[in-house]
Write a protein that binds this ligand. Structure first.
Ligand code: SAH
Ligand code: SF4
Ligand code: F3S
Length: 471
C-alpha cells in the first residue's frame, strides 16, 4: 500500500494530544501515515484549542500560513479540527478559502468518511455534529504513535460545570464517561506496546461514571492499578468540589498511583470563586489539601490560576497570593483572564485592564517561584525512583558526554530530573527508556532537578531508603 502523509499540528491540552493520536489511528486504514515534516504533507490537520484568545489566534495564524503551500500545491488538503473548529464551524470555511474540511471534537471517528467526500465529491465539508452517546465518539484509541512510555487516555468527554469563564462545556459537549472495560482494554494494549505510565484524562475526573451509573473514579483507579506491566498511574484534572473521600484515600492504597494531584483552584477569593461558578470555598479547598497531605505526606500539589477575572479587586487578588503561600504548591499554571464570547463572564461588567492583569500575573508567578525553588531544594539528598523517558545523549557530542546529563525522566511527584551518568560510564548504555531507576538528587533548579544514578543499589539490590549521600 502506498501511503499519503498527514502532518498534525496540535495546540491545547493533553486531551488534544490524545485526540491527535486518535486522528492518526483512524486515518491509517484509509492510507495515511503520520509525518513530522510539513513539506512532505498531503494532508495538514490543525487540532485547535479555544480556551484563551491567544490559543485561538495561534491556530488561525498557522492555518493562514498554509495558504501559500496550498497555492503551490493545489492537491494539498487542509483540515481544521478540535475546539475552535467546534466553536466556529462554517465560519472557518468563509474566513479561510483554502481550508477543505472542518471537523469538531465529536467527529474524529467520522474523519475517513469526511475525507472521502472531500476527495471524491470535490466538496468542502463541515462536521460539527455533537453526540449524546459516548459510543458514537469512540474510535482510534489505544495504539501508541509517538513517545510510547508515557501515554494519555481520555476516560470521559465534555463537562457540565459551566465555570463562567470557560468554553469547554460548549466545545466539548456534555459530560460523558467511557465504559471501564474499554478504558482497561485500551491501557492493556498500550502496556503491551511498551507503555509504563498512563495519565487518565477528563475535565473533571472526580465525577467519572456518576451520570451513567458506572463504577466511581476511585474504583476505576483500583482496576487500572491491577494491570500487569504498568508502573505508574496519573490523572488530570480534578475539581475541588467533587473530590471524594474514596479518591483521597486511593492515594494511601494504590501502589501505582503517583503522589501528585493537579487541583485547579483558580482564585483564593470566595467572592471571585462564586462569580466563577466554581461551587467551593477557599476554606473547603484548604481542607481538601490538608486531608490529602495527611493521607500521603509526600504528595505533590499543583494548580491553575486565573488573574484579572472581571471584578477582581486588589484585595481579591491579595487573597490569591495568601492562598498560594498557605498551600505552598509544588508548581502552578497561571493565566490572565481572557474573554471568550460563548462564556458567561464575557458579559460581566468591570473588566480588568490588560496592564493590570500583566502586573498581577507577574506578581503571582514571582510569589510561586521562590516556593517552587524551596520545594525542589528540599529534595536534594533524597533518593527518587525515576521512570526513564528519554535520552538527551547526542552522538555528535560524545567527547563532551561526561559533562552533560544523558537521561531524563520524572519523579513520582512529576518533577523532571536530568540524570548524570558520567560516574557510571560503563553502565550508561545498559539502560533503556521505560526502566525505573534509583537516583540521588544533587541539584535543584526552578523547573527541574539533577541527579546521579545510585549504581550500588542497582548492582547489588540493596541500599533502599529515602535518602542518599549527595556528592
Ligand atoms: N477542567 C479543568 C480546566 C480546563 S482549562 C478545571 O476545571 O480546572 C485549563 C485552565 O485554563 C483552567 O484551569 C483555567 O485556569 C484556564 N482558563 C480557562 N478558561 C480561561 C479563560 N477564559 N481565561 C484565562 N484562563 C482560562
Ligand atoms: Fe471549564 Fe470549569 Fe469544566 Fe474545567 S470544570 S472544563 S474550568 S467549565
Ligand atoms: Fe483547549 Fe479544548 Fe483542551 S479548548 S484546553 S483543547 S478541551
Amino acid at each position: 500500500m502506498t501511503y499519503q502523509n498527514v502532518y498534525i499540528n496540535t495546540i491545547g491540552c493533553q486531551m488534544n494530544v490524545y485526540d491527535s493520536d486518535r486522528i492518526v489511528q483512524v486515518l491509517e486504514p484509509v492510507g495515511y501515515r503520520k509525518t513530522h515534516n510539513l513539506e512532505d504533507a498531503d494532508l495538514v490537520i490543525v487540532n485547535t484549542c479555544a480556551i484563551r484568545a491567544k490559543a485561538e489566534q495561534k491556530a488561525f495564524s498557522f492555518v493562514g500560513r498554509l495558504a501559500r503551500m496550498k497555492r503551490d500545491n493545489p492537491e494539498l488538503l487542509i483540515g481544521v479540527g478540535g475546539c475552535v473548529a467546534q466553536q466556529e464551524g462554517d465560519a472557518i470555511l468563509s474566513r479561510m478559502p483554502h481550508v477543505d474540511l472542518v471537523f469538531g471534537t465529536h467527529a474524529i471517528a467520522r474523519l475517513p468518511h469526511i475525507l472521502s467526500r472531500v476527495k471524491q465529491d470535490r466538496v468542502r465539508v463541515v462536521d460539527v455534529a455533537q453526540s449524546t452517546a459516548i459510543d458514537e465518539i469512540e474510535g482510534g484509541g489505544g495504539f501508541p504513535v509517538d513517545s510510547p512510555i508515557s501515554r494519555f487516555v481520555t476516560i470521559m468527554q465534555g463537562c457540565d460545570n459551566y465555570c463562567t469563564y470557560c468554553v469547554v462545556p460548549y466545545v466539548r459537549g456534555p459530560e460523558m464517561s467511557r465504559r471501564p472495560e474499554r478504558i482497561i482494554a485500551e491501557i492493556e494494549a498500550l502496556v503491551q506496546a511498551g507503555a509504563r505510565e498512563v495519565t487518565l484524562l477528563g475535565q473533571n475526573v472526580n465525577s467519572y461514571g456518576h451520570k451513567e451509573g458506572l463504577p466511581s473514579f476511585a474504583e476505576l483507579l483500583a482496576q487500572v492499578n491491577e494491570i500487569q506491566g504498568l508502573n505508574r498511574i496519573r490523572f488530570t484534572t480534578s475539581h475541588p468540589k467533587d473530590m471524594s473521600d474514596d479518591l483521597m484515600e486511593a492515594f494511601g492504597k494504590l501502589d501505582k498511583l503517583c503522589p501528585h494531584i493537579h487541583l485547579p483552584v483558580q482564585s483564593g477569593s470566595d467572592r471571585i470563586l462564586k462569580r466563577m461558578n466554581r461551587k467551593y470555598t477557599r476554606q473547603l479547598y484548604l481542607e481538601r489539601i490538608e486531608r490529602l497531605r495527611r493521607i500521603r505526606p509526600d504528595i505533590a500539589v499543583t494548580s491553575d490560576f486565573i488573574v484579572g477575572f472581571p471584578g477582581e479587586s486588589p484585595s481579591d487578588f491579595e487573597d490569591t497570593l495568601t492562598l498560594v503561600k498557605a498551600v505552598a504548591f509544588d508548581s502552578i499554571f497561571a493565566f490572565m483572564y481572557s474573554d471568550r464570547h460563548i462564556a458567561a463572564a464575557s458579559r460581566f461588567s468591570d473588566k480588568i485592564g490588560e496592564d493590570e492583569k500583566k502586573l498581577r500575573l507577574q506578581q503571582l508567578l514571582k510569589t510561586q517561584e521562590s516556593i517552587t525553588l524551596t520545594k525542589n531544594r528540599a529534595l536534594v539528598g533524597s533518593r527518587q525512583e525515576i521512570l526513564l523517558e528519554g535520552s538527551s545523549h547526542r552522538p555528535g557530542l560524545a567527547e563532551h558526554a561526561s559533562e552533560g546529563p544523558q537521561w531524563t525522566g520524572r519523579t513520582p511527584g512529576n518533577k523532571i530530573v536530568n540524570i548524570n551518568t558520567d560516574r557510571n560510564r560503563a553502565s550508561r548504555e545498559a539502560f533503556t527508556v521505560g526502566q525505573v531507576v534509583p537516583v540521588c538528587i544533587e541539584k535543584a533548579y526552578a523547573h527541574s532537578l539533577q541527579g546521579v544514578l545510585m549504581q550500588e543499589e542497582l548492582s547489588n539490590g540493596g541500599l533502599k531508603g529515602n535518602t542518599c549521600h549527595a556528592a
